[in-house]
Design a binder for this molecule. Structure first.
Ligand code: 8YV
Length: 333
């Protein structure tokens, strides 16, 4: 950990490495405890550091719960550099009177782009084809034995989770002439459905009808294993499944078994149960595209996420309402 100390400046913890310019900006207003070495803190180290500061910038690798907050007597805000906040125990944070924020909107298009990239890479066997070349198989090219994929254009896309990112993916699908069906906790207003040309269906219908299924729903205990063996069994044997939501939404063991048995065609995964560990069964399979949680990872968007997190911190410490406050109701703000 690196510390810069200036009297009378509030202390801030930056739990993971951020862009040097963003760190320099923070150092103008705060005493910064930073982790530019980017070694993930143990829960005990996190608890210690949170006990020293008024604000913290964190990511999905920091679990913020009652234990992490046990010594946090001066902490006013935990700002996630992430739109998803399943690393936050929001009731525990609210009970401690601390503001919790995330980074919505700034990553919507970048994440929707990647969702589409993963749909295409999965259906068209892009990474498998690259391995095929590198392994020296191109001399076996033929009309019938090439890595043959599934079409994207004019197929049916099933989106589970129709928030901002889900709608962004649906709008991109329009350009491919896809039929879009979706399932969500609540149905979208008619105008939004029209803008996406998307039809609401129940989960079972979606799984049975879709050629490509993409998961974009937030993780919660009730969404745990939204897709397990039973759900995969409903899908077409030619279908693909893409998860850019969170590990734990899919039962990775059941998915690996289905991919191995080829009961579905292929899967594309940006998120995993137990990240950064990937289930060994998945690593052995060729019909799965693997990505290391990079859906929001363009330089422009990651910078925008850090900037929004800093804006949230500055507002909170200035006594204003942060722009993306998650627990406004619980704190009466
Ligand atoms: C983050 C994400 O990169 O925003 C999210 O919900 O999953 C990603 O954009 C990741 O969570 C790091 O905090």
């Amino acid at each position: 950990m690196n510390t810069t100390t200036t009297p009378n400046k509030p202390k801030i913890l930056v739990a993971r490495a951020i862009f040097p310019e963003a760190l320099a900006e923070l150092e103008q207003s705060f005493d910064v405890i930073s982790n530019q070495a980017d070694v993930v803190m143990t829960p005990q180290a996190l608890q210690e550091q949170l006990g020293k500061v008024s604000a913290a910038l964190v990511t999905g690798s920091e679990r913020i719960d009652a234990n992490a907050l046990a010594k946090a007597k001066n902490l006013k805000i935990v700002a996630n550099i992430s739109v998803g906040y399943n690393n936050f125990d929001v009731p525990a944070i609210s009970a401690a009177g601390i503001m919790a924020t995330n980074t919505p909107d700034v990553l919507t298009d970048t994440t929707a782009d990647f969702g589409f990239a993963l749909i295409m890479a999965t259906a068209r066997r892009v990474t498998e084809s690259e391995r095929w070349i590198r392994d020296g198989h191109w001399n076996q090219w033929s009309i019938v034995t090439n890595p043959l994929g599934m079409d994207i254009h004019h197929s049916t896309l099933g989106i589970i989770g129709m928030g901002r990112i889900g709608q962004g993916i649906a709008k991109r699908a329009l350009g491919f002439g896809m039929k879009v069906i979706y399932h969500n906790r609540s149905r979208l207003p008619e105008a939004d459905e029209k803008a996406c040309n998307a039809r609401y269906v129940d989960k079972e219908t979606l799984l049975k009808e879709a050629d490509h299924v993409i998961l974009v729903l937030p993780y919660s205990a009730e969404n745990h294993h939204t897709i397990g063996a039973k759900e995969i069994a409903l899908m077409k044997p030619t279908a693909t499944l893409v998860n850019i939501a969170r590990g734990g939404i899919v039962d990775d063991v059941a998915l690996a078994a289905a991919l191995k048995a080829k009961t579905i065609f292929a899967a594309g995964l940006d998120v995993f149960e137990g990240e950064p560990t990937v289930h060994p069964d998945l690593l052995k399979l060729s019909n799965v595209v693997l990505a290391p949680h990079i859906a929001s990872a363009t330089e422009k968007t990651r910078r925008a996420m850090v900037s929004l997190a800093i804006e949230n911190v500055k507002a909170a410490l200035a006594g204003a309402k942060p722009p993306s406050l998650i627990n406004a109701d619980a704190l009466g703000k």
